[in-house]
Design a protein around this ligand. Structure first.
Ligand code: HEC
Length: 333
């Protein structure tokens, strides 16, 4: 009996080792290419180096290896520190590829080193990249003030790894996370930054009259002479007003008042641009807004029309802005 148990245990140990070693070639290759691209576009730099950050943002926004492996919706957030936590039990935010590559993953710097392993509970490969966070950028360089919550800012500041969850069949990323408790050492010393208490605004106007956070208008990613940026700015403000009137801003904001397990952010131009098709569809089909019990709340015909009109105007400018960029890239790559 004991011998059988021992044999079974040995067989199990051997089979898990074998499984761990046998990462299929396509997954192996995806990981290698992603790591190389991240290290090339976003190498280690001082944590306040805005030029390095912008180069990384432009590089990843237009990237090959990474973008080819992003799904329509990527889940993003802190790794949970609760024992036994899984992706399903962790609060995550959903992002379109444009949003994540413009404003989230470029906040990290990479040295190209990673581990890759099969995680049976998730049925996904876990690629864990050594990373450091750009904590000393100006407030308008973050998609929103992460310091609205002290623990969140501390985890970002001290992050030492970014985890990418890769699907075995498609090699697409399903989720991405960051943590400050990976077993690998910090890549550089962190000088903490203490920000003024967050005043509850997710978008504001600075002393020069510019909309902030600037990154949420794709500043540094779209060309500065893109003629549609101003229209997007103005139309987002109209849309934001309509979303306030229609209760959307009670739920779809970073502090997640309704504790959605999959947060959808609409609180800046870039976040709204990433969700704009889904936004229009959910309002048109009367699926949004909902109340605290998730029952749909009908909008008045006027409210619905104004909300849809402002969303469609914003979407049209965002599409024109992108088309203009594509034309310019063709003319002068
Ligand atoms: C009481 C909170 C609440 C309010 C108010 C609310 N939503 Fe939502 N919204 C949710 C929740 C929860 C989900 C995700 C769960 C789901 O799919 O039902 C969601 C999902 C969404 C999605 C994603 C749908 C998808 O297909 O992925 C969009 C877009 C959205 N809401 C837009 C809006 C808009 C626009 C308004 C205002 C007209 C609004 N919401 C008002 C709670 C809210």
């Amino acid at each position: 009996m004991r011998r059988n148990l021992l044999a079974a245990a040995l067989a199990l140990a051997v089979s898990t080792t074998a499984a761990a070693q046998a990462v299929p070639q396509p997954v192996e290759q995806a990981a290698r290419e992603i790591a190389a691209e991240l290290a090339k576009q976003c190498p280690l730099a001082p944590a306040n180096d805005t030029a390095a950050y912008d180069a990384c943002r432009r590089g990843l926004f237009a990237s090959q290896a990474l973008r080819a492996r992003l799904p329509a919706i990527l889940l993003w957030g802190r790794e949970s520190k609760a024992p036994g936590a899984t992706l399903r039990t962790t609060h995550l935010t959903q992002f379109a590829p444009d949003v994540w590559t413009n404003m989230y993953v470029p906040l990290f710097m990479f040295n190209g080193r990673y581990t890759l392993e099969w995680v049976a509970e998730e049925r996904l490969y876990r690629m864990r990249l050594e990373a450091a966070f750009r904590n000393r950028l100006a407030p308008g360089q973050f998609p929103y003030p992460f310091w609205h919550e002290e623990a969140k800012w501390a985890t970002y500041e001290n992050a030492n790894a970014v985890t990418l969850w890769i699907a075995p069949d498609t090699q697409l990323l399903r989720a991405a996370q960051f943590t400050d408790i990976a077993p690998t050492p910090r890549l550089q010393a962190v000088t903490p930054v203490k920000h003024a208490k967050h005043d509850g605004q997710w978008v504001w106007t600075d002393a020069q009259g510019r909309t902030q956070p600037a990154v949420t208008l794709f500043d540094g990613v779209l060309r500065p002479d893109n003629p549609y940026i101003h229209a997007m700015d103005r139309q987002y403000r109209d849309l934001a007003l309509q979303m306030r009137e229609s209760q959307c801003s009670q739920c779809h904001v970073p502090n997640n008042p309704e504790k959605m397990s999959r947060l959808v952010l609409l609180s800046t131009p870039a976040h709204a641009a990433g969700e704009i098709d889904r936004l229009i569809k959910s309002v048109r089909d009367d699926r949004m807004p909902v109340d605290e019990f998730r029952n749909t709340v009908p909008l008045s015909p006027d409210q619905k029309r104004w909300l849809l009109e402002s969303a469609e105007a914003f979407r049209a400018s965002w599409r024109q802005a992108q088309a203009w960029e594509r034309e310019r890239t063709k003319e002068a790559p």
